[in-house]
Design a protein around this ligand. Structure first.
Ligand code: ATP
Ligand code: MG
Length: 178
């Protein structure tokens, strides 16, 4: 359908990087594109986006939308090695799916965090972008995108923190954060 595949980055310290990616996924799916969301780090089985996509994918359609959590959840110093292994395997899955030709849009949610937390090398992410088939749209999310990723991307949006309820001690809420 499309011919100009884009590499898109959502970065910055404000909220909205992942939710903007899910919004795009919804738009693309509604427009007939095949959409895959691979989540790095995240392993929360009760997110609203998982449930919504599970429901949506039950509606018969010619195209597909799929979300897969490839992470283990919160990172702490005791489970760094396990996170590293799981990020490595998420990279492998990403590479295979990018090359598969099955998808028009692939979202690699939180992959930039995996770089920031030293779970994967930025070179590995650059490699994914380089093997992207010309028609495939690729979205990468996560705070503190390295300059090398920004340089190679076609579309970069920085979410800027102006105010966040976390600053007033309001914890993550169901439906807003997950
Ligand atoms: P969302 O998934 O809500 O779009 P995000 O992808 O921009 O958020 P991440 O950096 O992935 O943000 O962090 C995920 C969680 O951290 C979310 O629950 C989000 O509300 C929260 N968060 C995002 N920005 C901030 C901030 N500046 N201060 C505190 N918490 C934040
Ligand atoms: Mg996010």
């Amino acid at each position: 359908m499309n011919t100009n595949g884009l590499t898109i980055i959502h970065t910055g310290d404000g909220k909205g990087k992942s939710t903007a990616a899910f919004g795009l996924a919804l738009r693309a799916y509604g427009a007939g594109l095949n959409v895959l969301i691979l989540q790095f780090i995240k392993g929360n089985k009760i997110s609203g986006e998982l449930k919504a996509l599970e429901l949506i994918s039950k509606i018969p359609a010619d195209n597909k939308i799929e979300i897969r959590q490839c992470g283990l959840g919160f990172i702490d110093k005791n489970n760094f090695e396990e996170h590293k292994n799981s990020a490595e395997s998420a990279l492998k899955i990403s590479r295979a799916e990018i090359l598969s030709g099955d998808w028009d849009l692939i979202i690699l949610d939180e992959i930039i965090y995996s770089v920031k937390f030293n779970l994967i090398d930025v070179e590995k992410v650059l490699e994914l972008i380089k093997i992207r088939p010309p028609k495939l749209h690729l979205v990468l999310t996560g705070r503190d995108a390295p300059q090398s990723l920004i340089d190679i991307a076609d579309l970069v949006t920085e979410m800027k923190l102006v105010k966040h309820p976390f600053q007033r001690g309001i914890k993550a809420q169901r439906g807003i954060e997950f």
